[in-house]
Write a protein that binds this ligand. Structure first.
Ligand code: ARG
Length: 459
C-alpha cells in the first residue's frame, strides 16, 4: 500500500529493503518525550496565533499526553512502516483524536522537528554530563582533602621526578574535569537556539511565532536562519568533542589506577565493588572498571569521527544522511554517563596505601632537584654547576646502592668540599613538598587553597 503521509504522489509502497534502510524508529524512539514536548509547544503556538482553533490545539495537546503515557508504559506499538518517531506519534494521535491531528504539522516539517527533538535531547545530555562531572569532582575533592599532605612520587616519563602530594595529584584531575564541565556548559549555551519553525528549509508563510515556541522549550531564542537551523549538527559535534576530551581524561586517570593498583606499585587498593576476580587465578583482583573506562574513549571518539564524516560535504539543507547522527550520539552519551558514574564510584571507594606512597616518594633520588637548589641557595652556585655536582652525588649513591639521604657528609664533601650538614634537611620528601609553595605548586597549603576554591565554586 502507499504511504499515509505522502501517498498522494505514490502508487506503490516501498520495497521491504527500502523500508529497512529508511526507518529510524528502532533508535529515534528515544526522542519520544522531546518529540511530544516540541509538538505540544507547536500546537499551543498555532492556536495562539490563530492558525488553528483552540479546541483543535487542546485536543492535540491532550492526545499527545496520552501518546506519551502509552510510550512510557511500554504499551505503544512502534511501526517500522511509519519510519520514525515523528510519524509514529502523529499516526497514533490521529487514531486517538481523529481529524484535528492532521492540523499539527501546519507550518512545520520533520526537518525542523527532528533538529528540535535532537537538540533538546543533546541539551539534556550536556546537563547530565555536567552533573556526572560534578559528582566525580566531589569524589576527587574528598580524596584530595584526606591526603593533602600524603607524599607520593611525581613522575615524568613514568620515571621518578619529584615528590608531590596525593592531594595535588587528585586536584590535577579536578582541574581537567572542571574544564570538561565548562566545555559542556559552553556547548549547551551555544546550542540553545530553537530550530522549530524553520520548517522544511525556507520558513513558512503561516504567521507562526517562533519566539513563543523557543521560549516554551527553554531555548534562548529562535535560530536566525532557517536553512542553517535544519541542516547543521554542529551542536552534536560539540557535544561529542567535549565528550571525547572528557573520555580522554577519564582514560588517563584509569591508566594510572591500573598501574597504581598493581602488586608492583601498591599505591591504591580498589574496592571489591569496583573490581573483579579471575576464574582460574584465585589471588586475582582485577581493576576491570578502570580498564573499561580507559577503553571507552574508543567508542566516544569513534562516534565523533563518524558524525564528522557523515556531515562533511553535505550540501544545504537537510539530507537523509543526517538521520545517521542519532545512534552515534546516543551511544556516546550512554557510554560517557556510565564511565563517569563508574569513575566516581571507584574514586570514592579507593584507599590510598599511604606508607607505600611515601616509600616510593623517597626512592629513585626524588629529591635530587632539592639538593641542587640547596647548592644554589647555600653556596651561591650557578644552577648548571649545582646540577652537575648533584649528578655526581646521585652517581655516587647509585654506586653505593643507597639513596641520597644515606650518603654521609664525608661522602658529600668528597664531591664538593663546601657542602655542610644542613643539606640533609632538604633531602627529606616532606621538606621537599612543603617547600613547593609557588602558586599552584604541590605544597599542602597550596593544595588546600585549591580545594577550598573548588568547594566554593561548586557551592
Ligand atoms: N527520521 C528523519 C531523521 O532522523 C527525520 C527527518 C526526515 N526528514 C525528511 N525530509 N525525510 O533525520
Amino acid at each position: 500500500s502507499s504511504n499515509a503521509m505522502w501517498g498522494g504522489r505514490f502508487a506503490a509502497g516501498p520495497d521491504a529493503i527500502m523500508e529497512a534502510i529508511n526507518a529510524s524508529i528502532g533508535f529515534d524512539k528515544r526522542l519520544a518525550a522531546q518529540d511530544i514536548q516540541g509538538s505540544r509547544a507547536h500546537a499551543a503556538m498555532l492556536a495562539a496565533t490563530g492558525i488553528i482553533t483552540d479546541s483543535d490545539a487542546n485536543a492535540i495537546r491532550e492526545g499527545l499526553l496520552t501518546v506519551l503515557s502509552e510510550i512510557e508504559a511500554g504499551e505503544f506499538a512502534f511501526a517500522t512502516a511509519l519510519e520514525d518517531i515523528h510519524m509514529n506519534v502523529e499516526a497514533r494521535l490521529k487514531e486517538l483524536i481523529g481529524d484535528p491531528a492532521g492540523r499539527l504539522h501546519t507550518g512545520r516539517s520533520r526537518n525542523d522537528q527532528v533538529a528540535t527533538d535532537f537538540k533538546l535531547w543533546v541539551r539534556d545530555q550536556a546537563d547530565a554530563a555536567i552533573q556526572g562531572l560534578e559528582a566525580l569532582i566531589r569524589a576527587l575533592l574528598a580524596q584530595a582533602e584526606a591526603g593533602a599532605d600524603w607524599v607520593m612520587p611525581g613522575f615524568t616519563h613514568l620515571q621518578t621526578a619529584q615528590p608531590v602530594t596525593w592531594g595535588h595529584h587528585m586536584m590535577a584531575y579536578v582541574e581537567m574535569f572542571g574544564r570538561d564541565m565548562s566545555r559542556f556548559r559552553d556547548a549547551r549555551a551555544r546550542m540553545n537556539e530553537s530550530p522549530l519553525g524553520a520548517a522544511a528549509l525556507a520558513g513558512t508563510s503561516f504567521p507562526i511565532d517562533r519566539h513563543m515556541t523557543a521560549q516554551a522549550l527553554g531555548f534562548d531564542r529562535p535560530a536566525a536562519n532557517s536553512l542553517d537551523a535544519v541542516s547543521d549538527r554542529d551542536f552534536a559535534l560539540e557535544f561529542l568533542s567535549a565528550a571525547s576530551i572528557c573520555a580522554m581524561h577519564l582514560s588517563r586517570f584509569s591508566e594510572e589506577l591500573v598501574i597504581w593498583s598493581s602488586a608492583q606499585f601498591r599505591f591504591v587498593t580498589l574496592s571489591d565493588r569496583f573490581s573483579t576476580g579471575s576464574s582460574i587465578m584465585p589471588q586475582k583482583k582485577n581493576p576491570d572498571a578502570a580498564e573499561l573506562i580507559r577503553a571507552k574513549i574508543g567508542r566516544i571518539m569513534g562516534a565523533m569521527v563518524a558524525l564528522f564524516t557523515i556531515m562533511k560535504g553535505l550540501p544545504l539543507a537537510y539530507s537523509k544522511d543526517m538521520q545517521e547522527d542519532k545512534e552515534q550520539v546516543f551511544d556516546a552519551a550512554d557510554t560517557l554517563m556510565l564511565a563517569l558514574a563508574a569513575m566516581e564510584g571507584m574514586v570514592r571507594d579507593m584507599a590510598a596505601n599511604v606508607p607505600a606512597l611515601e616509600a616510593a616518594a623517597a626512592s629513585g633520588f626524588s629529591t635530587a632537584t632539592d639538593l641542587a637548589d640547596w647548592l644554589v641557595r647555600a653556596l651561591n652556585m650557578p644552577f648548571r654547576e649545582a646540577h652537575h655536582v648533584t649528578g655526581a652525588l646521585v652517581a655516587l649513591a647509585e654506586a653505593r646502592g643507597c639513596d641520597l639521604p644515606e650518603l654521609t657528609l664525608e661522602d658529600m664533601q668528597g664531591v664538593h668540599g663546601q657542602i655542610t650538614a644542613d643539606v640533609f634537611e632538604v633531602l627529606g620528601v616532606r621538606n621537599s613538598v612543603a617547600s613547593r609553595v609557588s602558586y599552584g605548586g604541590t605544597a599542602p597549603d597550596q593544595v588546600r587553597a585549591q580545594i577550598a576554591r573548588w568547594k566554593e565554586v561548586l557551592g
